[in-house]
Design a protein around this ligand. Structure first.
Ligand SMILES: CC(=O)SCCNC(=O)CCNC(=O)[C@H](O)C(C)(C)COP(=O)(O)OP(=O)(O)OC[C@H]1O[C@@H](n2cnc3c(N)ncnc32)[C@H](O)[C@@H]1OP(=O)(O)O
Length: 445
């Protein structure tokens, strides 16, 4: 009996929430100082022309309303939630609904905040949701509006989500450092109350609770607004260029006390992971690389979404989408299995017999071919500028190349791609990489 009652309650709540979401992000953007109804006026300037109510009072508070009592759910002005999403202890004397209902309410709030934040940042999908919270060790700080009770239920102003992440960051001498700083992962204040100091209040509270200094933080793809915010309130301006999506500021390496844990010293370049996983990775565009790299197995299939953010400042956020790193051996294996590219076939057809010219070049391939510098081209194709062209009689080179790939056929250079040189066997059966000299972690689109 009780169960079905709870289920009905949850379904009712979900229905209400869905209705509400259809109106304005699941939570009604409503505001207005209590007792200030006369000065209220409706306007369509809110998000998506939603039912935002504007008030004329200086003390007017605006925020996100929910169809349940947010004020009772979150007794404190700022509530801290971890992956367990445990409802905070309620004020004495308040009726206590079933725990499952309270948790459902918390999940609704987080989901709606995540959607609102994504919309504010032009992200194709929320990076904050109840389910993502439950599956990560992140912490969310939620700021409620304690003064405005337009419907007697309180309202939510915004949130900040943080979490520790292992990152590979470059210092100002471009040395790699493996660290685990506290990262700002998502941050949002409702549009109607931005630039009222709420962001600072929340940020400051988080800094105190987490016991960190602003310069010790890493920021996951900060927006322009956040960069300005950090500059204004914390004098954070000069960034240390990175090859991943995180932004760190000058001073990050100055104090290596916790929570930024410096891990063992610089490794050989090849051992360093090419990027540090951002919470926004899953939003990235699946940029199809030219064949044959597009045949390489991927660890994750990124959804085909538009770029996660259009406006970002600094070095790291402006970089193009990163792709999951394909281990070298895996890549080589898959490349050997790849069928020849149609263009390669055409070239071969136009230049029958694997092209004597090509063969001559191949014969001239010196041993140095396998250690040329990387000359990445998105378009691949024939690399006529190869410094190897013209060295025709180096049998030693040919032999070395043959031995390297056990192919038994001669190779000609068809181009280079992301640190790999590609050669095509003269029987046209496969395009294979003939070098991978300096697979630099940072050299991505
Ligand atoms: C890792 C990430 O989470 S990146 C995503 C960050 N979030 C967003 O961009 C979502 C949209 N923006 C927001 O939610 C808010 O503007 C926040 C969270 C960035 C800041 O919260 P606020 O309550 O507005 O900040 P607060 O009032 O304390 O400080 C205001 C300062 O922030 C900066 N700022 C806030 N809004 C803007 C804006 N629209 N344009 C430029 N700067 C802005 C300015 O420095 C501003 O000072 P100013 O008004 O004197 O110019």
């Amino acid at each position: 009996m009780e169960r079905s009652g709870t289920a009905r309650g949850t379904a009712g709540l979900a229905r209400k929430t869905a209705l509400s979401a259809a109106r304005t992000l699941g939570a009604r953007s409503t505001g207005g100082a209590p007792g200030n109804k006369d000065s209220e006026r409706r306007c369509g300037e809110g998000r998506g022309g939603s039912d935002v109510v504007w008030g004329g009072s200086d003390r007017a508070q605006w925020a996100m309303e929910f169809p349940f009592d947010v004020d009772a759910l979150f007794p404190e002005r700022i509530t801290v939630l971890d992956q367990h999403l445990r409802p905070p202890a309620r004020r004495p004397g308040t009726t206590t609904p079933a725990r499952v209902d309270l948790q459902q309410q918390i999940m609704t709030i987080i989901d709606e905040l995540g959607k609102a934040s994504a919309k504010a940042q032009n992200l194709s999908a929320p990076i904050t949701s109840a389910s993502r919270m439950q599956s990560n060790r992140h912490v969310v700080y939620i700021l409620k509006d304690s003064s405005a009770r337009p419907a007697g239920k309180g309202a939510i102003i915004g949130f900040i989500k943080v979490g520790y992440k292992k990152l590979f960051v470059l210092d100002d001498r471009e040395a790699h450092n493996e660290v685990e700083p506290l990262c700002i992962l998502d941050f949002y204040i409702h549009e109607s109350v931005q630039r009222h100091g709420h962001g600072r209040e929340l940020f400051q509270y988080m800094l105190q609770k987490e016991r960190v200094e602003p310069h010790q933080l890493a920021i996951d793809r900060p927006s322009q607004k956040l960069l300005k915010f950090l500059n204004k309130h914390y004098n954070l301006e000069t960034t240390v260029p990175q090859v991943n999506n995180f932004v760190i500021f000058e001073g990050f390496f100055a104090h290596q006390h916790p929570p930024s844990r410096k891990l063992p010293p610089k490794r050989a370049e090849g051992d360093i992971k090419p990027y540090s996983s951002s919470d926004r990775e899953f939003l990235k565009v699946a940029v199809e690389p030219p064949w044959p790299l597009n045949r390489a197995p991927r660890r994750a299939t990124p959804p085909a979404h538009p770029p996660p953010r259009s406006s970002s400042l600094g070095n790291s956020p402006e970089r193009g989408p990163l792709r999951p790193f394909v281990p070298e051996q895996e890549l080589l294996r898959s490349l050997r299995l790849c069928p020849p590219h149609p263009t390669a076939r055409l070239l071969l057809a136009a230049d029958p017999g694997g092209s004597p010219a090509q063969r001559r070049r191949t014969r001239g391939t010196p041993p140095g071919l396998v250690a040329q510098s990387c000359c990445y081209s998105r378009h691949g194709g024939v690399n006529s500028s190869s410094p190897n062209i013209g060295n025709q009689d180096s049998k030693q080179g040919e032999q070395e190349t043959k031995n390297r790939f056990n192919s038994g056929t001669s190779l000609w250079n068809t181009g280079s791609l992301r640190g790999f040189k590609f050669g095509h066997s003269t029987n046209g059966s496969s395009l294979i990489p003939i070098m991978c000299p300096t697979l630099k972690p940072g050299l991505r689109s």
